[in-house]
Design a protein around this ligand. Structure first.
Ligand SMILES: N[C@@H](CCC(=O)N[C@@H](CS)C(=O)NCC(=O)O)C(=O)O
Length: 213
C-alpha cells in the first residue's frame, strides 16, 4: 500500500517531504489539500492531525505530521533507497543540526518576509527590515556551507529543508519586483539552488499553482 501524502500547494514544509519521497523513490498517493476550501480543518483531516496542518503522511495505520519527523521516518523506515542522512553518527547529527537551524532561524526570517510581502505590507521600513533579515540569514548559511551541498559533498535532508526558502525569493520578486530578492541571493546559494533544480525529479515537485504562473 503506498504512503498517503497530504500536501498543500506552496507550503515550504510540504515541499521538503515531496522532495524526500521522490528522492527515495517511494510510492505515494498524492492528496492535494485546499487551504481556501478549509480542507485542513475538516473533521476527517483533524483526526489525522489535530493541528490541522500539512504536510502529513499516512503509512498503513501510522499517521505522521511535522516535516522534520516525516523525513526522518522515511529515512529509517525505508533505508534501502537513496539516503538523506548519510555517513557517520556525527555526520548525521550535522544534518539534523542544519535542519534545526533552518527551522529555527531561517524560517523565522522567511515567515516575517512572507507576512510583509503577501500580507500587503505598506510600511516600507517593515518591508526593508524583513528583506534584510532574510538576506542576513541566507548569508549566514552561505558562509557556512560545507561543500557543494549544505552538509558537505552529498545531498542530504538539510538541502531539502532550505531549498523552498530560496525558491521563495523569486516569488517575492514576482509580487514586488523592486525587492530584487533573487538578485541579492548569495552567489553560493544561487549556485546550490541550481544543483537542486537539476535533480531529475525536481520539476515534478514544483508547487502546482506556481506552474500556472
Ligand atoms: N512545523 C511544521 C509546519 C507546518 C505548517 O506550518 N504548515 C502550514 C502550511 S506551510 C499549514 O498547514 N498551515 C495551515 C494552518 O495552520 O491552518 C512542519 O515542519 O511540518
Amino acid at each position: 500500500m503506498p504512503i498517503i501524502f497530504y500536501y498543500g500547494s506552496g507550503s515550504p514544509y510540504a515541499w521538503r517531504v515531496w522532495l524526500a519521497l521522490e528522492h527515495k523513490k517511494l510510492a505515494y498517493d498524492f492528496r492535494l489539500m485546499s487551504f481556501a476550501d478549509g480542507d485542513l480543518k475538516k473533521p476527517e483531516f483533524l483526526k489525522l492531525n489535530p493541528r490541522g496542518r500539512i504536510p502529513l503522511i499516512v503509512d498503513g495505520d501510522f499517521a505522521l505530521s511535522e516535516s522534520g519527523a516525516i523525513v526522518e521516518y522515511l529515512e529509517e523506515q525505508y533505508p534501502a533507497t537513496a539516503p538523506l542522512f548519510p555517513g557517520t553518527t556525527r555526520e548525521r547529527a550535522g544534518v539534523r543540526r542544519w535542519v534545526a537551524d533552518i527551522d529555527d532561524s531561517v524560517d523565522a526570517a522567511m515567515g516575517r518576509m512572507g507576512e510583509a510581502v503577501f500580507g500587503k505590507e505598506t510600511d516600507a521600513q517593515v518591508l526593508a527590515a524583513a528583506r534584510e533579515g532574510l538576506l542576513k540569514e541566507l548569508q549566514y548559511v552561505a558562509a557556512r556551507m560545507e561543500g557543494d551541498y549544505l552538509a558537505g559533498a552529498r545531498l542530504t535532508a538539510a538541502d531539502f529543508a532550505l531549498y523552498p526558502t530560496v525558491a521563495m525569493l523569486a516569488r517575492y520578486d514576482r509580487r514586488r519586483p523592486a525587492l530584487g530578492m533573487a538578485a541579492a541571493c548569495p552567489p553560493a546559494l544561487a549556485a546550490w539552488g541550481k544543483r537542486i533544480e537539476s535533480l531529475p525529479y525536481f520539476a515534478k515537485t514544483v508547487p502546482p499553482h506556481w506552474k500556472a504562473g
